[in-house]
Design a protein around this ligand. Structure first.
Ligand SMILES: CC(C)(COP(=O)(O)OP(=O)(O)OC[C@H]1O[C@@H](n2cnc3c(N)ncnc32)[C@H](O)[C@@H]1OP(=O)(O)O)[C@@H](O)C(=O)NCCC(=O)NCCS
Length: 194
């Protein structure tokens, strides 16, 4: 389903089970490219990125957006799922947010050549707008503590630091498994200006 068309020809689409197959390969490529760069430098094999895609697109209540150019290219993505579906993160935030009524901004990325044109902000605000407000009251996410543009982006959209940190281990592009520090941000859904 087309959510909106931006001035530069980029189209924001929401994926569902039916349309997922059309964009799977393009998503996988964009995912690998984006996370191999700053600030994450992570290595994902195609099968891993595809597994992440399948899991997210089949999670109930997901909001899965892709920013596309033409009929085949994915230049950005933003995915939200219920926090309860992300068990490792839910365990860390239990008692701090109402887990059953919280959405988790699971993934976001924009290809380097499309950055700095508000696509990231659109991918956050459109996801929030599409969340089921009858069932969800809070939104959380985690972001690298290494200097990165996304922290300011989320703060501009009303997210606040929770004072909770976590370590994430992943395979880096040099082939080593390294751990990096991420901080949690949260926002009350009803107060987010979209
Ligand atoms: C984070 C990311 C999605 C932002 O995408 P984007 O399309 O460039 O975002 P926007 O154009 O909406 O920019 C939003 C804000 O980010 C900041 N920003 C964007 N590009 C920047 C740059 N080159 N340098 C510094 N800040 C920058 C600004 O605060 C900007 O707000 P402003 O335009 O009002 O000044 C993109 O940089 C990315 O994919 N990064 C790698 C993956 C990642 O970090 N994902 C986030 C995981 S939580």
């Amino acid at each position: 389903m087309i959510i909106r068309e931006l001035d530069d020809g980029v189209v924001i689409r929401r994926l569902d089970a039916e349309s997922a197959g059309t964009w799977r390969a393009a998503f996988t490529g964009a995912y690998q490219t984006i996370f191999s760069g700053h600030p994450y430098y992570e290595r994902y094999y195609p099968s891993e990125a595809e597994g992440i895609f399948r899991k997210l697109v089949t999670t109930p209540d997901n909001v899965f957006l892709v920013a596309t150019v033409g009929e085949t290219q994915v230049v950005g993505f933003g995915v939200a799922i219920p926090l309860a579906a992300k068990i490792s993160v839910a365990a860390e935030l239990t008692g701090l947010v109402p887990v059953k009524h919280t959405m988790y901004l699971a993934e976001m990325g924009v290809l380097e050549q499309h950055r700095g044109r508000k696509l990231g902000k659109v991918l956050v605000s459109d996801r929030i707008e599409l969340m089921d407000r009858d069932n969800y009251s809070h939104v959380v996410l985690r972001v690298s503590t290494t200097e990165s543009p996304s922290l300011q982006l989320y703060k501009d959209l009303g997210f606040e630091e929770m004072g909770v940190y976590t370590e994430v281990s992943s395979m880096r592009i040099d082939g080593r498994v390294k751990t990096d520090r991420r901080m949690f941000l949260s926002r009350v859904l009803s107060q987010v200006k979209v």
